[in-house]
Design a binder for this molecule. Structure first.
Ligand code: 13P
Ligand code: ZN
Length: 269
């Protein structure tokens, strides 16, 4: 029985925890943000095969690496503060068909998935294809990070990554592959999805210009922490600017020393 599945319930509890943080942080105005987590590993075979509770919905492209996979996905138009208090009223489990061409809702209520499903599933599909252990896509609207994307200087992966890293050592350590930038696209479109997966080749975190941030990873709490750390760096930068000075930032040598000390990957644009 799905409702008694302990592994699934642990995953769901973490999603509820993170949804609460997104609201508390002020990153989730109205229905802002969405979460998808692959939970196939948590389900027994009979649980994966339960009858659908919605009609089939064709996917805009075939997700050939996600055939038969099951995801918890937050619902479109749903508020993070309510995802936190009632996960199943504000999201559902969807199952990708065996040929990857459509999905059906299988549990618990027929809550229609986020409008950003094309981006989420394209990202999961790509990560599966390249064998990256990332079961989570977390999208949210952090005020400070979005503010930076309103300045063309920061719409450059190298510029913004270096600035954010140099505000605090933890940022270099916690976001070792830096951030990718996607120029503005209409939310929910395949164009946005395609541009996003290009950035995943070298990054685990992607900024959508004038819109929001996506973090990918193995664990939803870790994804939150990554965005929280980037937001901390942005706050240090913007606080200094508000106080009337340009923050010095850590030197290149100080940043490079962290690469050696913590065995970090080198940044690739
Ligand atoms: P949904 O309510 O469809 O998830 O959309 C919210 C959002 O942030 C769009 O980018
Ligand atoms: Zn959004």
């Amino acid at each position: 029985m799905i409702e008694e599945n302990i592994i699934l319930n642990k995953e769901i509890a973490k999603i509820a925890e993170v949804a609460g943080y997104l609201w508390q942080r002020g990153w989730a105005e109205y229905n802002g943000g969405n979460i998808s987590v692959c939970v196939t590993h948590a389900l027994r075979d009979d649980e994966k095969k339960v009858p659908a509770i919605s009609p089939r919905v064709e996917l805009p492209v075939v997700m050939s690496h996600l055939c038969g996979d099951v995801f918890y996905v937050t619902g479109t138009g749903k508020r993070m503060r309510y995802v936190s208090s009632d996960v199943w009223d504000n999201g559902s489990l969807i199952r990708i068909s065996d040929d990857g061409s459509y999905y059906e809702i299988i549990y618990k209520n027929p809550v229609r998935p986020t409008s950003e499903l094309p981006s989420h599933l394209s990202m999961h599909d790509y990560m599966r294809e390249i064998g990256r252990d990332s079961r989570v896509v977390l999208h949210t609207h952090p005020t400070d990070l979005i503010a930076l994307t309103h300045d063309t200087h920061w719409l450059d992966s190298e510029n913004i990554t270096h600035m954010l890293w140099s505000m605090i050592p933890e940022c270099r350590i916690i976001v070792p592959r830096g951030v990718g930038i996607v120029p503005y696209e209409i939310p929910g479109t395949m164009d946005l999805a395609r541009s996003t997966i290009k950035q995943l080749k070298n990054h685990d975190v992607v900024f959508w210009e004038k819109h929001g941030i996506l973090a990918t990873g193995a664990d939803v709490v870790d994804c939150f922490d990554v965005i929280d750390t980037l937001s901390k760096s942005a706050q240090i930068y913007l606080t200094a600017r508000t106080a009337g000075f340009i923050p010095e930032g850590m030197s290149d040598k100080q940043l490079d020393d962290l690469v050696v000390a913590f065995h970090l990957e080198k940044y690739q644009k």
